[in-house]
Write a protein that binds this ligand. Structure first.
Ligand SMILES: [Zn+2]
Length: 256
């Protein structure tokens, strides 16, 4: 099994990363993508990736972390993207949930596009964060196609929106919310997501699945997410595991 989006570089998990890794291996989760959200956390993701086998890094600047960002930060991300353990640019994208001001949204769009351009120049796929911004995300991606592919991480949109994104070749990452009893939209999205476009992720330390909801999340909880996903798709967990592993290899070009 694999965790295609986790934050062992977060201060909650960084000090216990060796235990997080061990507990994940014991649960059968063996491949991981540690994702940055600014220059320092991206650097840290790379350091962690070099500490363990089958741990990879994504580097990028998250839309919530753009305040004060300048050319130097983008240059740092570009430099970091050359590390052999870096397999993606992320997480990047749009977050309109906390930001309603037009100037800020404009800056988010601009930095999203610039980082897509960087990924295309480097031949890397994207890990995308899109919150309450599905239409603008679609607009930008359809005009700036990610040449090496992309995953919409923690997909929270409707099944209809998912159908619109499919022709762009995107993958969709699902996490804890697909186990929440009342989370009908993420469950419906899993049902409509083709088996060759679906990925498991925890987004730990956030979004712990049932029965750990509200607790600090860890990569070992992929097991529950994978089971919930398999049952929504009506296939066995082992078949689901195989599909997700193929998708991970197809998108990030590393064998899980
Ligand atoms: Zn994340």
């Amino acid at each position: 099994m694999l965790d295609s989006h986790c934050h062992w570089n977060d201060e909650a998990l960084y000090p216990i990363r060796k235990d997080v890794y061990r507990r994940a291996l014991e649960a059968g989760v063996t491949s991981f993508l540690v994702v940055g959200w600014d220059a320092p956390s991206s650097q840290k993701a790379i350091e962690i990736a070099h500490e363990f086998p089958s741990v990879y890094a994504a580097v990028g600047i998250h839309p919530e972390n753009l305040e004060g960002c300048d050319e130097d930060d983008l240059e740092t991300i570009r430099r970091l993207s050359f590390d052999p353990k870096v397999v993606a640019i992320g997480e990047i994208g749009l977050d309109y949930h906390w930001f309603s001001e037009e100037a800020i949204r404009q800056k988010q769009k601009e930095w999203f596009i610039r980082q897509i351009d960087l990924a295309n120049e480097r031949g890397l796929p994207l890990s995308i964060h899109a919150r309450d911004a599905a239409n603008d995300t679609y607009e930008i991606l359809s005009h700036h196609l990610p040449k090496a592919g992309a995953v919409l991480h923690c997909y929270s949109g409707s099944p209809e929106m998912l159908e619109r994104f499919l022709p762009l070749g995107l993958f969709f990452g699902f996490d804890g919310p697909i186990t929440y009893r009342n989370a009908l939209t993420p469950k419906a999205a899993v049902v409509s997501c083709p088996l060759d476009r679906i990925l498991t992720e925890t987004d730990c330390p956030y979004l712990a699945p049932v029965p750990y909801r509200g607790e600090q999340n860890e990569s070992c909880h992929i097991v529950g997410i994978l089971k919930a996903m398999a049952s929504l798709k009506g296939i066995s967990p082992s078949e689901m595991e195989k599909r997700v592993a193929d998708n991970f290899a197809n998108l990030f070009h590393v064998k899980p």
